[in-house]
Design a protein around this ligand. Structure first.
Ligand SMILES: Nc1ncnc2c1ncn2[C@@H]1O[C@H](COP(=O)(O)OP(=O)(O)OP(=O)(O)O)[C@@H](O)[C@H]1O
Ligand SMILES: [Mg+2]
Length: 303
């Protein structure tokens, strides 16, 4: 049984529909990326899953019970968390623990454990005002983890960070995902590829693609050949001629270069290299590979 089942979830604001009927399941133990460009509906979806925003329609079931109050079993990190800068990290996490209904004497011990887990033990007594962006984001994770939730909802946990902060938080997530089911939103495919099992690709409030990363990778992996030549007339004519051959499924030709989607890379490689030699084409670059999820992402997002 999935940990979370979402059926036909919709949110309408006035004439606007940021989430337009989405359905998916999340299996326990998975790390799922909610991927999509700005305005896709990621934050609206996560806020509904977190119980902070009432859906206009649709149903969310947690652990098999539709409509139940599961808020105590989830942790949530908003896109732009607001902290009380006058508090220390320790005070803030204890405060979050008490909001979850954890008793004071238990809260201090749990806070110390979770601050250790996110690498803030030494900074725990410092004021949050003096924390870096990466430290604040890790404090946000500590707050979301304090009650050991079964599901962690993280809204763009690394988007606002510099490369060092980003690396710190990604490493931390790598450990957290071993213990907890995680859904995190991002507009960067690379983040998703780094640690996720599954992706849900959203655009304009709808799910454009959904599934295991490994399956999507092989499904969208089409052999492709990229060629670059000197910019001269004979070479250009050859590139354009190649693009119309029967072994090319799709092509894009521009001055001095061509990208060809082909069926059989090996065969086409031989033909191209042989012709380039016999016709004396000034070939600068030849690359055989496959199209990637990035191409899929760009296609969906660019549409
Ligand atoms: N309270 C609101 N009232 C009206 N429209 C809203 C409200 N909240 C969000 N929207 C609209 O819903 C759409 C989706 O917004 P949402 O914040 O869910 O997208 P997102 O995928 O999280 O984007 P980003 O990557 O920029 O964080 C946007 O067009 C936004 O303007
Ligand atoms: Mg957002």
């Amino acid at each position: 049984m999935p940990l979370l089942t979402v059926a036909n979830l919709r949110k309408v604001y006035g004439g606007h529909t940021p989430v337009d009927g989405i359905s998916f399941d999340i299996e326990a133990g998975k790390c799922v990326a909610l991927l999509g460009p700005n305005g896709a509906g990621k934050t609206t979806t996560l806020r509904m899953l977190a119980g902070l925003l009432k859906p206009t329609s649709g149903e969310i079931s947690f652990d098999g019970s539709p409509g139940g109050d599961y808020r105590k079993r989830i942790g949530y990190l908003p896109q732009s968390p607001a902290f009380y800068n006058w508090m220390s990290g320790q005070e803030y996490v204890v405060f979050a623990a008490k909001l979850c209904g954890i008793a004071s004497k238990e809260a201090a011990g749990l806070a110390a454990d979770v601050l250790e887990q996110v690498g803030l033990r030494d900074a725990a007594r410092r004021k949050i005002a003096g924390y870096s962006g990466g430290m604040k984001q890790r404090l946000g994770l500590a707050q979301a983890l304090i009650h050991r939730p079964r599901l962690l909802l993280l809204d763009e946990p690394v988007s606002a960070l510099d490369p060092i902060g980003r690396r710190e938080v990604m490493e931390l997530l790598r450990g957290i995902r071993e213990e907890t089911t995680v859904i995190f939103s991002t507009h960067v495919l690379h983040d998703a590829e780094e640690i996720c099992d599954d992706i849900i690709l959203m655009n304009h409030g709808l799910i454009a693609e959904h599934g295991a990363l490994s399956r999507l990778r092989s499904q969208y992996s089409i052999p492709v050949i990229r060629l670059t030549t000197e910019r001269e007339e004979k070479a250009q004519r050859w590139l354009e001629d190649l693009a119309h051959r029967s072994f090319v499924e799709q092509s894009a030709v521009s001055p001095g270069s061509a990208t060809l989607n082909v069926k059989n890379v090996e065969l086409v490689r031989q033909i191209i290299l042989q012709e380039a030699g016999s016709l004396d084409i000034p070939l600068l670059q030849f690359e055989a590979g496959s199209s990637t999820l990035e191409d899929l992402f760009m296609k969906v997002v660019g549409a």
